[in-house]
Design a protein around this ligand. Structure first.
Ligand SMILES: C/C(=C\COP(=O)(O)O)CCC[C@H](C)CCC[C@H](C)CCCC(C)C
Ligand SMILES: Nc1ccn([C@@H]2O[C@H](COP(=O)(O)OP(=O)(O)O)[C@@H](O)[C@H]2O)c(=O)n1
Length: 401
């Protein structure tokens, strides 16, 4: 039975409500082109071809093809042609007694992820993923230290340096729901509860103690590590993806302070005049590591559209001032007064809000919005940071004698 000779063109709406141009050509070839789909073609049985008209979902096109019964079509070809639109395995389960379900194709994985993305429970899935990911990540370093692959101090600092930015990267997976940031904050919160439980001896977890403490004493979990996760909670709940302040604060705490320890312990012979426990090499690593991690994450998040991108000159100069200020604060001998997992991110976050406001924030706080004014502010902040160092140096020097 011949099908109409003319090409039947219709708009097919897929699961993402994206329109496609679906053409049924005179030789019964269905040629699917459109949104990121490789051109695929399959022959439809005449009955299905004839009934394809108007707006149809790809699923109904396949279901009509499958249930029309006639014509020589292979479920594999249909699956391959349409699987980027709808997961064949799902179609297989829905098709009327038309034979075995369509075969799984590699495209089913993106569809599975797409269905997660559209799920109302998406944020809960991401929380679970990040929480499990965090536990596994720490366990990996525990095992690497336990089998001697990594020295314990290095393993611990790698956990410090990497956990924060990896957690920030999970922010990308959350939905745009207003409460998403608070769900995201649950991840470091759960880690904080775990640190409290193990640190107070309520739960025994020697692996965690070895992974995140210097001395192997569980009480240490209640100091730096706990402050670290509290800072992650604050950065998530207060800043989130609205502006770079939280990202910069985490980057200075992790990429900066974490790297300062790793580099400083190894190559830190030249000590700082105002703080003999710290070195120029460690501080330089802090500056470069914090700057680089911040810059990379800011570019990623602004290019993903979470907040406005900054003029390159303004970003480079302001970020330089922020990283310098954070580096100076980290170098000061004030760890006994305030943990550097508080002082460093706090200074970095506050300066970020001042120097790198988003347009709506710039208007709200009446801070410079033009590039020239922002650069001027950066110079002012750098001068202020240098002045702070000039004041602290003699103090540190005096105390070091
Ligand atoms: C060792 C750590 C801090 C110590 O700081 P300091 O005393 O040396 O200044 C880091 C502690 C890390 C924490 C136990 C685990 C944090 C996990 C994070 C919230 C989630 C990561 C998820 C991601 C997908 C891996
Ligand atoms: N600016 C820095 C920071 C740390 N370090 C080295 O890293 C070690 C740990 O630094 P830290 O006391 O700041 O460690 P955390 O408090 O960051 O865990 C120091 O004792 C130094 O050996 C450095 O040389 N220069």
């Amino acid at each position: 039975m011949a099908v109409a000779a003319k090409t039947c063109t219709m708009t097919v709406i897929n699961r993402h409500m994206q329109p496609y141009c679906l053409k049924v050509s005179p030789v019964l070839k269905v040629d699917i082109t459109g949104w990121r789909l490789a051109r695929a073609a399959l022959s439809l049985p005449p009955a299905a071809a004839r009934t394809c008209s108007g707006q149809m979902t790809a699923a109904s096109v396949v279901l009509k093809a499958r249930t029309s019964g006639s014509g020589s079509y292979s479920s594999k070809k249909i699956g391959q042609a349409l699987s980027p639109l709808v997961s064949p395995s799902r179609l297989g389960s829905r098709s009327v007694s038309a034979g075995s379900p369509l075969p799984r194709t590699p495209a089913a994985v993106p569809e599975f992820l797409a269905s997660l993305a559209l799920s109302p429970y998406r944020d809960y899935y991401v929380v679970a993923l990040a929480a499990v990911g965090g536990a596994v990540w720490v366990k990996v370093f525990d095992l690497l230290a336990a089998n001697g692959t990594l020295e314990q101090k290095l393993s611990r600092k790698l956990v410090h340096t990497t956990s924060g930015p990896l957690f920030v990267l999970t922010w990308i997976l959350f939905s745009v729901a207003p409460g998403a940031r608070y769900l995201a904050a649950v991840v470091p919160m759960l880690n904080g509860i775990r640190l409290l439980a193990v640190g107070n001896g309520l739960v025994r977890d020697q692996g965690l103690v070895k992974s995140v403490s210097r001395s192997g004493d569980r009480g240490e979990l209640l100091k730096g590590p706990l402050v670290y996760v509290v800072t992650l909670v604050a950065a998530t709940a207060l800043s989130w993806r609205d502006n770079p302040a939280g990202i910069i604060a985490v980057s200075m705490m992790c990429g900066g302070d974490g790297l300062a320890d790793i580099v400083g312990r190894r190559w830190g012979d030249a000590k700082l005049p105002w703080n003999k426990a710290k070195s120029w090499a460690g501080s330089f690593a802090m500056l470069v590591g914090g700057y680089g991690m911040s810059y990379g994450l800011i570019l990623l998040f602004c290019n993903l559209g979470f907040f406005s991108c900054y003029p390159p000159a303004a970003l480079l100069s302001c970020l330089g001032a922020i990283a310098l200020a954070a580096t100076i604060v980290e170098s000061l001998p004030i760890n006994q007064v305030i943990d550097d997992n508080v002082s460093v991110p706090l200074v970095a976050g506050c300066l970020s809000i001042l120097l790198l406001p988003q347009p709506v924030e710039a208007m709200a706080i009446g801070v410079a919005a033009t590039e020239a004014q922002v650069t001027e502010l950066a110079v002012t902040a750098t001068t202020a940071a240098a002045a702070a160092a000039a004041v602290a140096a003699p103090v540190g020097l005096f105390r070091s004698f």
